[in-house]
Design a binder for this molecule. Structure first.
Ligand code: XMP
Length: 515
């Protein structure tokens, strides 16, 4: 892989994504990785990410200088650019000339920016600046606050830029990253959906051997693609399980039972466990407690499904050892590491896994981003109705009711959600909107007037967000007409709701889900 060394800013993962968009496989590693650890990963290039600090700060994160002697192509970005300059004998100074935001940059030759306009905007965010490039490096760009805004040494396959090529505010950034990978590092762009699918299937085969697995389908893209991969790997030794926990949206169960089962090609067991889940959730208002209860009950449901799965699978099998999960890379990174066990994201997946899980987890997607998961899904022949679906959390509507969860509240939320989804789809917003949680504020009431009478009902919150990977998000500017239509229909058609409000918070600070 191309290893993106994380200096502690939030950019490392985004860089890894951009590298993969350039069709080269990449992973994130912490800057504390030793040279041996780096070498063990067989990297084909290193990218040093931006970081929050100044190279002059006392606790400035650093990288073992020996990594520059590995003979690997290296690309430094922002803080990584300065760290690289310093390690290789250049100069970095506290010029007092801070640049933040859109900056006009002047290009002066070189391989990296070849074919791009001589002046173009880039996104800067720095206090210190490189004042002299290391010996043997050519300075190929400058800006008012960065006399050395880019340098390169194609012979050593090294280059760096002061700006952030990974953000969309640097319009030529993706091109620069691509050029580094292909023209400077000499890599072949070969990370394609077909290759990914093939490799993942092979890896599952290796992990599961002649064992048996069950896969919980949630109705979401991730579990569907994970299940399809495992089905291609181990065939009828996989059984899918769909837990109807009573926290589903309108039509979800029917869709899973018809579309999903057929597309994945594995037998499906549906468990009617709404009473169990709602029983355990009765009176519970704390979001984390809800998540833990739901996670625990998911596992109990899966355990109950094992006996039936074995019956279905026939022959003499005695146990099902593997549980397939649709864990994705952002969750692995968010939970603190690309290595070790997957405990934290698996928590995330179904809400919160208990400690006593006896299954071994199979997580074929744990190194993928959502767009890659969708591409793999298409590669495996899953229909657009599945791969194009908006994310929906495992704990379902249980974490979209602020307050205690019960059947009546769920019916209310389900009705409001169905209207919002219908109108957003009718308005053609499904590809603009990443997802739109609809939330019931069950513990809040406000006064309204409907017909001739006073009402005292609950508000519904619409939370439409735009995002690339759910790590960060912005609220979507849904057209007023659509919002008006949704508001009208919900207040008219859904009993107990007399007010519809719009959540206009980005992430951060607000998460996408309310709980
Ligand atoms: P937040 O609310 O953390 O959500 O901004 C980020 C993304 O993750 C989804 N989400 C979940 N998905 N199980 C899941 O499978 C969960 O427990 C869970 N919680 C949040 C959320 O819908 C959004 O896409």
């Amino acid at each position: 892989p191309v290893l993106v060394v994380d200096f502690g800013a939030q950019y490392a993962q985004l860089i890894a994504r951009r590298v993969r968009e350039a069709r080269v496989y990449s992973e994130v590693i912490p800057h504390t990785a030793t040279v041996e650890e780096i070498r063990a990963k067989n990297p084909v290039a290193l990218i040093l990410s931006g970081g929050p600090s100044s190279v002059y700060a006392e606790d400035a994160p650093s990288l073992d200088p020996a990594v520059f002697e590995l003979g690997l192509p290296v690309f430094g970005i922002c803080y990584g650019f300065q760290a690289m300059a310093r390690a290789l004998g250049g100069e970095v100074a506290q010029t007092g000339n801070r640049e933040y935001g859109r900056t006009d940059m002047t290009v002066d030759g070189g391989v990296l920016h070849a074919g791009m306009p001589g002046h173009h905007p880039v996104w800067m965010s720095h206090g210190d600046a490189v004042t002299a490039a290391p010996a043997g490096f050519e300075v190929t760009a400058s800006s008012p606050g960065a006399p050395v805004a880019a340098f390169e040494c194609p012979e050593r396959r090294m280059a760096g830029v002061q700006y952030h090529p990974e953000v969309l505010h640097s319009p030529h950034g993706q091109q620069v990253l691509s050029r580094f990978l292909t023209e400077v590092a000499g890599l072949e762009p070969s990370w394609t959906a077909a290759n990914i699918a093939e490799q993942l299937i092979e890896a599952v085969r290796e992990q599961v051997g002649d064992g048996r697995a069950i896969c919980g389908l949630s109705g979401g893209v991730d579990s569907a693609v994970a299940a399809a991969l495992v089905q291609r790997a181990i065939g009828d030794r996989l059984t899918c399980v769909f837990v109807d926990h009573g926290l589903l949206r309108a039509g979800e169960r029917e869709q899973v039972e018809t579309d999903f089962a057929a597309a994945i090609g594995a037998p499906l067991i549906t468990l009617d466990d709404a009473d169990v889940f709602l029983g355990h959730l009765a009176g519970v208002t704390d979001p984390e407690t809800k998540r833990k209860i739901i996670g625990r009950e998911f596992i109990r449901s899966f355990e109950r499904a094992v006996a039936r799965a074995l019956e279905l699978q026939g022959d003499d099998a005695e146990s099902v050892d593997f549980l397939v999960q649709g864990t994705l890379y952002p969750d692995v990174v968010e939970s603190g590491g690309g290595s070790g066990t997957a405990t934290i994201k698996s928590h995330h997946n179904v809400g919160g896994l208990p400690d006593d899980v006896e299954f071994t987890l199979v997580e074929p997607l744990r190194l993928l981003f959502k767009d890659e998961v969708r591409a793999v899904g298409r590669e495996l022949g899953l229909p657009e109705a599945i791969v194009g679906r908006h994310p929906f959390p495992g704990p379902g509507l249980g974490i979209r009711i602020v307050g205690a969860v019960d059947k009546q509240r769920l019916d209310t939320l389900r009705a409001a959600d169905a209207i919002a989804r219908e109108e957003m789809t009718a308005a053609g917003l499904d590809s603009t909107v990443w997802q739109c949680p609809v939330v019931l504020l069950a513990d809040v009431r406000s006064v309204g007037v409907q017909g001739d009478g006073r009402t005292y009902g609950h508000p519904i919150v619409l939370r439409p967000v735009s995002s690339e990977d759910a790590m960060t998000a912005d609220w979507t500017r849904v057209p007023y007409e659509t919002l008006a239509l949704i508001s009208n229909r919900i207040t008219n058609e859904v009993p107990d709701v007399n007010r519809v409000v719009l959540d206009i918070t980005s992430k951060p600070p607000g998460t996408i889900e309310w709980e």
